[in-house]
Design a protein around this ligand. Structure first.
Ligand code: FAD
Ligand code: UDP
Length: 378
């Protein structure tokens, strides 16, 4: 007899939602997590009053009301709006590309002038049908923006030339002919007051969780422990890389505490030149501490700040796989694993790594809800 209905591998957002809903319906779940803490990549740690995003800046955004209502059961969100600034060799530009950016770059005043400038650069480049990220970017925003704000950042982030990258990566970057520095086009956006970890803690409140517990180190003892496995780790590793390894990008986070109140004046500054080895610096307090976000001045927190530099890295098995590399080659390989997964009725693959998809949190919630519906749990 199996002891559990579900063995859930991974305590990230997907695993936690699955465990929460299944437990609520009387299913017995065991969550195992190889890290020393729950939450996966949305884990935040409270350091003397500042919620530190340990695995990179996480801003919740969605246009799906069902998803927004779902996550709001677990936390109240502030009205933080992501408006990153790009630093290109000490020239500062607003992101995403909007009238503020175009004015700073070219001195243009009106949307028509900005459009004409982009059009002129596009024409000069002579691209008819974009075949890769470089061509896609130039045909979206012209050569100047590509050179200053896209090329260096993207080549650092992905470790490849823009001519060798798929264009879909850049489609995530909005272009606007209005003076609006809001990075996301979504209807709802914010940061959970109290941090993301509190959300996962609530979800896992009534669930048995084992930390520092890697599925692959305990495969034998876990074999018949549950009716089904919900696996949110890398799908290729689950199948022992039998068709070959999928590619991922990894990151190194370098966090520092500094004895200044305000280091960079914004939560996120991107370094878009190629030479600076990191892609962005996060100053964590700005996600929550601006007065406009409803916070009273906190004297303790005004004495220091915490920043994190994010360095992209080539992935190997000793590193965390943060980003799937969804190019054609990897997607074809993933399809082979997915075919196996579809035959395997005892395992449900979920989350960013289980489905090898560059999903944001809102999409993960949607997917978790779909999986729960498939299992007839909700
Ligand atoms: P994960 O959070 O990766 O959880 C998987 C868990 O499984 C991990 O805790 C892992 O340790 C565990 N695990 C893996 N293998 C094993 C094993 N063998 N045994 C036991 N446990 C295992 N999304 C947004 O919406 N907004 C943002 O601003 C945003 N910014 C991001 C910035 C960065 C740098 C990154 C990397 C991602 C960002 N995301 C953002 C995406 C977001 O992190 C993901 O959508 C979400 O965290 C995925 O949840 P998950 O449960 O699928 O995976
Ligand atoms: N990007 C860029 N310049 C920037 C920010 C992003 O060229 O200043 C490109 C880069 O290729 C990146 C992609 O846009 O991989 C998506 O960026 P986003 O910040 O949305 O990605 P995240 O890393 O947060 O998932």
């Amino acid at each position: 007899m199996e002891k559990y209905d579900y063995l859930i591998v991974g305590s990230g957002l997907f695993g936690a939602i699955f465990a929460y809903e299944a437990t609520k319906k009387g299913k017995k779940c065991l969550v195992i997590e190889k890290r020393k803490n729950i939450g996966g990549n949305i884990y935040t740690e409270n350091v003397k009053g500042i919620n530190v995003h340990k695995y990179g800046a996480h801003i919740f955004h969605t246009s799906n009301k069902e998803v927004w209502d779902y996550i709001n059961q677990f936390a109240e969100f502030n009205r933080y709006t992501n408006s990153p600034v790009a630093n290109y060799k000490n020239e500062l530009y607003n992101l995403p590309f909007n009238m503020n950016t175009f004015n700073r770059l070219w001195g243009v005043i009106t949307p028509a002038e900005a459009q004409a400038k982009i059009e002129e650069e596009r024409k000069q480049a002579g691209i008819v049908e974009p075949k890769n990220l470089e061509e896609q970017a130039i045909s979206l925003v012209g050569t100047t923006i590509y050179q200053k704000l896209i090329k260096g950042y993207t080549e650092k982030q992905w470790g490849r030339k823009c001519t060798e990258l798929p264009s879909f990566i850049i489609k995530r970057l909005p272009v606007r002919l209005i003076f609006d520095n809001n990075y996301f086009n979504n209807k709802y956006q914010g940061i959970p007051i109290g941090g993301y970890t509190a959300i996962i803690e609530k979800m896992l409140e009534n669930v048995e969780v084992k930390l520092n517990y890697d599925y692959f180190e305990h495969e034998n003892e876990l074999k018949n422990i549950a009716e089904k496995i919900v696996f949110t780790g890398p799908i290729d590793k689950y199948y022992d890389y039998k068709f070959g390894k999928l590619e991922y990008r990894s990151l190194k986070f370098e966090t520092q505490e500094l004895a200044v109140d305000n280091y960079q004046g914004n939560a996120v500054i991107n370094y878009t030149d190629y030479e600076t080895p990191y892609t962005r610096i996060i100053e964590h307090k700005h996600f929550e501490y601006a007065k406009s976000l409803g916070n009273e001045e906190d004297e303790e927190v005004s004495k220091f700040t915490i920043i994190t530099k994010e360095y992209p890295m080539t992935w190997d098995e000793t590193k965390e796989p943060y980003y799937p590399v969804n190019d054609e080659k990897n997607n074809l390989l993933y399809n082979k694993y997915n075919e196996l997964a579809e035959q395997d009725k005892d395992v449900i693959f979920g989350g960013r790594l289980g489905t090898y998809k560059y999903y944001d949190m809102d999409k993960i919630i949607e997917e978790a809800i779909n999986s729960l519906k498939n299992e007839k749990i909700i």
